[in-house]
Design a protein around this ligand. Sequence first.
Ligand SMILES: Nc1ncnc2c1ncn2[C@@H]1O[C@H](COP(=O)(O)OP(=O)(O)OP(=O)(O)O)[C@@H](O)[C@H]1O
Ligand SMILES: [Mg+2]
Length: 383
Amino acid sequence: MSIRNTIGSPVEGQNFYDREEMQARLWDRLETDHVLLLAPRRVGKTSLLYKLEATAETHNFKAIFASVASHSTELAFLHALLEILAGDRGPGAKIVSRAQKLLDRVKKLSVDKISVELEMQQWQDIGAELLQILRTVDGRCVLMLDELPIFVLNLLRVHGRERARLFLNWFRHVRGDRQARLGVRWLVCGSIGLDTVTQRERLGDTINDLAIVRLGGFSREHARDFLADLAATYSIELSDEVNGHILDKIDWLIPYHLQLLFSMVRDLEVITPDIASVDQAYDRLLTNSHKSYFDTWVQRLLDELGPIDEDHALALLEAAARDTSGAPKSVMRELMHGRGADEQLTRYLLGVLESDGYLVEDSDRWRFRSPLLRDYWRSMVLS
Ligand SMILES: Nc1ncnc2c1ncn2[C@@H]1O[C@H](COP(=O)(O)OP(=O)(O)OP(=O)(O)O)[C@@H](O)[C@H]1O
Ligand SMILES: [Mg+2]
């Protein structure tokens, strides 16, 4: 089966590689719990959700997917949810028609101009009715929400903490409802850690019912086989030595980085790439014209942390990027001290940078988790 070299969009069908163990783990967890899938950005979360959606029936689940990143009000969130419940893939005819009726009500509200008080009342009423609908789901259904943390950040930024708490409390209440739990499981994830967002805003209690599952890179063995399959698709002869060299260069074996470097090797148009070809491809990946592949890593810092903490985080990353083995922890501490950040804030920021896949603790140092990202940082951000 040939697997195509995809760089950016979520992958589906035969272009989705492996993740067998993770799929089995998630299905097993969903038997009993709602799940928060945690992974650094670009690790392959959305692709995995698509895969789960496509294979749900073999696990006796229906699965429906919604991305809620672009919304910033509770009504818009409910609109997105009702839309998938009322769609073709919805969980049964009874639900579909009730969801459609409620959706029509939401649609009417978004046309009418209403006061904030009325809007708050309306979303809570509709939220309560949605729960009634979820209580009547026949069989089992997984509702997958991608980019939920971005929606929560939007709520926080536009409407403040109290409103975010009200929403998160409602959502927790829905998840915890005994009757709804018989048929419904929630699987939430996003490119920003919901755990770090809620922890920072002291809202951690609103998500502590979710079972946490972490998604990381491929094992070396899977990454090697993945590259071999990609090479076969494009009739490229990749020796074990060259394959191993790609793995060494990438080191943090997330499929996106493997796909990126492979695409650069492909662009060289050599049938039998050697070690020098891989080095050349790697260097090309770091040139200006490929900057957009990594921009998200800079951009999301601002979204997640806001301007002041983003500045601190950039300073930490700059320090770690200077040396391939990172920066000593003591240097990081002094740096933050000099910037007026206390120890608690420093710990929080390093925690975010670690869980989002930027940095990793290495004995008494903090270094970049991905050499590729570090080299990008050096060439783009530090220059
Ligand atoms: N299972 C996989 N098989 C092959 N390639 C994959 C797989 N998962 C991810 N990729 C690669 O990673 C890229 C990003 O995947 P995806 O959009 O699913 O990640 P994400 O974690 O949702 O990213 P973001 O944090 O930006 O939302 C894809 O374009 C593809 O190159
Ligand atoms: Mg995604």
